[in-house]
Design a protein around this ligand. Structure first.
Ligand code: A3P
Length: 316
């Protein structure tokens, strides 16, 4: 038995048998703490919530899947470590490691691995803010949240799930229906965004809310903002030496996609689901949904999202 931080004792293995379930995008999904997750993620999240001890200087990189997690990991790692790992170094870790491996997933990695990390820790998560370790907000742990235009998230997720699951195929129409119903992996998408959005409104110094599309339009400004938020602002000397632009270039889609460490090989990061490293780098474009969704689909999803976000001040 595991004592969960969100109330009561749960048996890790049988937990899902007591949760609402329905056919999901990829596998049967279970409603856990308000979001549709796979049994594997629920079990590892329950463990994390029971055992993980946040530290006040932890920084969480939070994303809904396919919103630019890989990019955010590369940027945050590069910025936070640049005093020991000069951005221009030919041996920079971003050149030799997939960004997924530079910042571990809070809910997917063994607790001992996370415990062994030196402070300040960078940890990534796809969990909604309400499922983060209890204590993280009272301790003042900072959060960077990156979201993305929902139609692009849908298309990116659809490509990704069909690519990484060899014996699985979902057609776009079905994926679209699930997404609109909120039953995408880790959905509802809009609830995920809204949770972090509200926190960022209440505590702007603790939660930085970023949008993929805006970052793509102006990466240098966002890199500076991110550095500031991480507590490692650029010095004037760095700015005039062009370090901001070097970070942008090092972590750009084109550069990351071209690196052998990202364009070849297969890694099993979550256990039982080997993925090609290249699957994290597809087209890296804003508005690619136009190549896949009909106008009617786009209108329908826009209406749903607009309705769900109404009054929040958040829009896409
Ligand atoms: P597309 O499928 O639209 O190309 P995540 O990292 O959360 O899984 O998100 C993956 C999406 O981010 C994919 O979008 C991927 O191509 C894009 N991506 C990966 N690296 C990127 C980078 N350095 N800059 C911009 N987009 C990137």
């Amino acid at each position: 038995k595991i004592e969960t931080s969100h109330g009561g004792l749960e048996e890790g293995e049988s937990l899902t048998s007591r949760l609402p379930t329905r056919e999901g995008w990829w596998k049967p999904s279970f409603l856990f703490q308000g979001f549709w997750l796979t049994p594997e993620v629920i079990r590892s999240t329950v463990l994390m919530q029971a055992q993980f001890r946040p530290r006040a200087d932890d920084i969480f990189l939070a994303t809904y899947p396919k919103c630019g997690t890989t990019w955010l990991k590369a940027l945050a790692f590069t910025l936070a470590n640049r005093s020991q790992r000069p951005v221009a170094s030919h041996a920079h870790p971003v050149l030799t490691s997939n960004p997924q491996d530079l910042v571990p997933f809070l809910e997917l990695r063994p607790i001992e691995e996370l415990e062994a990390l030196p402070s300040p820790r960078l940890l990534s998560t796809h969990l909604p803010c309400t499922s983060l370790p209890s204590g993280a907000s009272t301790l003042g742990c900072r959060i960077v949240y990156l979201c993305r235009e929902p139609k692009d998230v849908l298309v990116s997720s659809w490509h990704f799930t069909n690519k990484v699951n060899k014996d699985f195929h979902i057609d776009l129409g079905k994926a679209f229906e699930f997404f609109c119903e909120g039953v995408s992996i880790g959905g509802p998408f809009w609830e995920h965004c809204l949770g972090y959005w509200k926190q960022s409104m209440e505590e702007p110094g603790r939660v930085l809310f970023l949008k993929y599309d805006e970052m793509m339009a102006n990466p240098a400004e966002h890199v500076k903002m991110l550095a500031e938020f991480l507590g490692v602002p650029f010095t004037e000397k760095e700015e005039s030496a062009g370090v901001v632009e070097e970070v942008v270039r090092l972590c750009s889609f084109e550069n990351l996609k071209s690196l052998p460490v990202n364009s070849t090989g297969v890694s099993d990061r979550i256990g039982g689901l080997p993925m090609e490293n290249a699957s994290f780098f597809r087209s890296g474009k804003v508005g690619d949904w136009k190549n896949h969704l009909t106008e009617e689909m786009a209108r329908k999803l826009d209406c749903i999202v607009e309705e769900k976000l109404k009054g929040s001040g958040l829009s896409f």
